[in-house]
Design a protein around this ligand. Structure first.
Ligand SMILES: C[S@@+](CC[C@H](N)C(=O)[O-])C[C@H]1O[C@@H](n2cnc3c(N)ncnc32)[C@H](O)[C@@H]1O
Length: 332
């Protein structure tokens, strides 16, 4: 399913300068420079010594060039800015895990995932914003329901996807669940500031199937949910529960009125060597191998939908060679 543009094997220079460049890309993102150029077209005008050093380095990297009043993106820079979420997840989000490997490997077979959850959340939402048409298609399908219900995003992180779905004018009630209390707290504040407080209910809790119903699942949510979405989490939940169908089966029990599943995830790619694979695939796969999490094939998701009586009605795979979003529905 994955086709790959041939790349060169990673060389020493890539290793050193790539690492530094990634840090600079995230720093520029912290300053909002990429968004300023991508979405507002305003030149980047450095105002401090650090900003001048950063912009000079980005110019020497070939990502910025002199504009009318300051700096603007080059073609290469646009590519980095557009995909900045991946850089943030790999550079900031997963560093706490990669930092443990050498020491843990003297005795251990795997390491627990340690992340910067805020960096993962922000990076994932920036990744989602690259292709709003995927979320728009979901909003259109939900809006077409004869009997409106609620949409729950399982593993919602900073609520970014719920916000994007809501921005498409959907009147459906929205619910978000995430295990990271700090991320949910920050999401509450951010969404309230954007006027979403009344539309989105956020809860802290796990969406991993276990014994009985989860504590966060009140009667109202249980009764109302007709659409369940989950992005970039199923591979992890399915590893722990012993299959994608096990997780989906439990969610079906949690939400008896559920009739639409929207699952987005990163699938296993082809290619024996890192440079035979699409970019990000090697990073994603080794991160999960180290933490004992399986990455699943496209067909395994399709089998799981079918086993529960769901039919895939739309599939989006143009976002990235290894990222797929399926909309699957079943008769009410
Ligand atoms: C890779 S991020 C994906 C974020 C978001 N769904 C997206 O793709 O834009 C995975 C998210 O799932 C959350 N998470 C991990 N395990 C969870 C669990 N058992 N229950 C609920 N949320 C969980 C993490 O805190 C994180 O926010």
């Amino acid at each position: 399913m994955t086709s790959t543009v041939p790349r060169q094997p990673v060389k020493l220079g890539d290793l050193i300068e790539g690492q530094t460049a990634a840090h600079l890309a995230v720093a520029a993102d912290d300053l909002g420079w990429w968004q300023q150029q991508l979405y507002r077209g305003e030149d980047i005008v450095p105002t401090t010594g650090l900003q001048r050093a950063l912009s000079k380095a980005l110019e020497r990297l070939g990502w910025l060039e002199p504009g009318t009043e300051g700096y603007r993106l080059t073609g290469e820079g646009y590519e980095i800015a557009y995909n900045r979420g991946f850089v943030r997840v790999a550079t900031r989000g997963w560093t706490p895990t990669f930092q443990q490997v050498g020491v843990a490997a003297t005795t251990g077979d795997m390491i627990p995932a340690r992340t910067d959850p805020h960096a993962v959340a922000r990076g994932c939402t920036d990744i989602a914003r690259r292709h709003p048409e995927t979320l728009q298609a979901i909003a259109v399908r939900i809006a077409g329901d004869v009997h409106p219900g609620s949409t729950v995003d399982l593993g919602c992180a900073d609520g970014g996807r719920l916000q994007i779905i809501g921005e498409f004018g959907l009147s459906e009630k929205l619910v978000g669940i995430d295990i990271e209390a700090g991320v949910i707290e920050a999401a509450q504040q951010r969404l309230a500031g954007l006027g979403f407080a009344d539309r989105v209910r956020l809860r802290v809790g796990s969406v991993q199937p276990g014994e009985g119903l989860p504590a966060w699942l009140d009667d109202g949510i249980r009764r109302d949910v007709t659409t369940a979405t989950s992005f970039n989490l199923m591979h992890q939940l399915a590893t722990e529960s012993g299959g994608i169908d096990k997780v989906l089966g439990a969610w079906q029990e949690w939400f008896p009125s559920l009739r639409r599943l929207v699952i987005g995830d990163v699938v296993l790619s082809d290619g024996a060597r890192w440079h035979d694979q699409p970019w990000f695939a090697p990073t994603f796969e080794i991160y999960h191998e180290l933490t004992g999490v399986r990455v699943w094939r496209h067909e395994e998701y399709l089998d799981a939908f079918a086993s529960l009586g769901y039919k895939v009605v739309q599939c989006f795979d143009k976002d990235h060679e290894i990222m797929v979003t399926w909309i699957a529905e079943r008769a009410a």
